[in-house]
Design a protein around this ligand. Structure first.
Ligand SMILES: [Zn+2]
Length: 425
């Protein structure tokens, strides 16, 4: 199936020329004659990539990019800026608004194909829910978001979902809108079955449509297989629809193999320090690696509080943290448990979550290129999360590390490419 491209260009000569170049290169093309029209079209149809001219009547390209990034249907669609005059300051501005690349007019078939291949082949990580423990919506959490864990990794038209917290509800709507009536196949990895990681599943719309297939993987819990736990949360006492009554094909499997191969995605796992059975995942895809370890307590810090012999606690803790450090080793992006501030952690030792500073220390030592502070505590408002992020950035520079730290927020998309600097939109 050819990739569908939307070309937003006001100049009729360039519009026709570029559209025919795109068609010649094998793409299916729709055209919009101005920014406002392009935005309208992108909201109702779904496209694999959007090419936007900068100087246009009614709405210039910068505003189009900004609006596309704000809309749920287009906030992760690759956008290429297309202009005759591409100044560095314009490029920086467009990138900061969320553009993925640039094309110089007039564009040749080869450079167009290369730019689109590059935009379409990058790995995109999107955050749909970043809150730990329980959903915490409200005016104090609007910037980072109140939904519980759900993250997607997109590559070459395939979506891998990490956890089914309440953030998966909106993801389901977006995936279904993108797929229209075509069958949708998605894979979902569950880290563990605490409420905040599975509670959104009954609200995942694609699971209700007969043409769709949802494969779910996760650990067998202490006493039952994953399938039974997911069915349990949809017992009639808790929810009006049983899992077996969802019309989609739902396949639930306990994680047993060392490596799960899902097309181009290779997934390995390790056990976390968290009550019950909890997994952390490492995903290798499109030449990049991502570690996802949302609920885990750094052993070395925990033992400092629970063992009398501090030196022994330090040594033992470090060796017990080795598995997590191996999971995170050199990854392009680590999405990790940074639930508490060091002060909050002191009264929550043994709760199965980490202080942000311990987490960032581990990420820095393991050489993670970027660390997304994740699983924000429901007691933390937006300003508190800001302070936590700043504290962690300072720590990385004190440690002389190179890990780039940011606080994951709902609706954020991070583009990753092999051997190239990545950027958070
Ligand atoms: Zn948990």
């Amino acid at each position: 199936m050819p990739s569908r491209i939307l070309l937003v260009e006001d100049d009729p000569v360039f519009r026709e020329l570029t559209a025919s170049t795109l068609e010649h290169a094998g793409y299916e093309v729709s055209v919009a004659e101005n920014g406002a029209r392009g935005l309208e079209m992108a909201k109702v149809e779904s496209y694999h990539a959007i090419i936007v001219d900068l100087m246009m009547p009614r709405m210039h390209g910068f505003e189009v990019i900004q609006r596309l990034r704000e809309h749920h249907q287009t906030f992760r669609t690759p956008i290429l800026v297309y202009s005759a005059k591409i100044y560095e300051s314009d490029q920086r501005k467009a990138i900061s608004l969320g553009a993925d690349g640039f094309l110089q007019k007039p564009v040749s078939t080869d450079s167009l194909r290369a730019a689109l291949d590059n935009a379409l082949s990058c790995v995109k990580v999107t955050f749909w829910g970043v809150r730990g423990s329980v959903a915490a919506p409200g005016p104090d959490t609007v910037r980072y978001g109140g939904n519980t864990p759900c993250v997607t990794v997109d590559y070459a038209g395939r979506t891998l979902i990490l956890d089914a917290g309440t953030g998966i509800r909106k993801l389901g709507l977006v995936l279904q809108a993108e797929a229209r009536d075509n069958p949708l196949e998605v894979d979902l990895l569950i880290t563990h079955t605490h409420w905040d990681h599975i509670q959104g599943f009954p609200y995942f719309v694609p699971a209700y449509l007969p043409q769709n297939t949802v494969r779910v993987f996760g650990p067998r819990s202490l006493s039952k297989p994953l399938d039974k736990v997911l069915r349990g949360q949809m017992d009639p006492e808790y929810f009006p629809v049983a899992l077996g009554d969802m019309a989609g094909k739902i396949i639930v499997e306990d994680v047993r193999d060392e490596v799960i191969s899902l097309g181009e995605f290779q997934v390995t796992h390790t056990f976390m320090n968290h009550p019950g059975v909890t997994l952390g995942y490492r995903i290798q895809v499109g030449g990049v690696s991502i570690a996802y370890a949302t609920d885990t307590e750094v052993f070395s810090r925990m033992l400092q509080h629970t063992m009398a012999d501090k030196a022994q606690a330090e040594g033992l803790g470090r060796s017990m943290d080795d598995d997590l450090a191996t999971l995170v080793d050199g990854v392009d992006l680590y999405i990790g448990d940074a639930q508490y501030t060091p002060e909050e952690y002191k009264v929550k030792v043994g709760w199965g979550h980490s202080s942000c500073e311990d987490a960032v220390r581990l990420a820095t030592h393991a050489g993670a290129k970027r660390f997304a502070l994740f699983s924000h505590d429901p007691m933390q408002d937006d300003d508190a999360v800001d302070r936590k992020v700043e504290q962690c950035k300072r720590l990385v520079s004190e440690l002389g590390g190179h890990t780039e730290v940011f606080g994951a927020y709902e609706g954020q998309t991070v583009s990753l490419r092999p051997d190239a600097p990545s950027h958070a939109d």
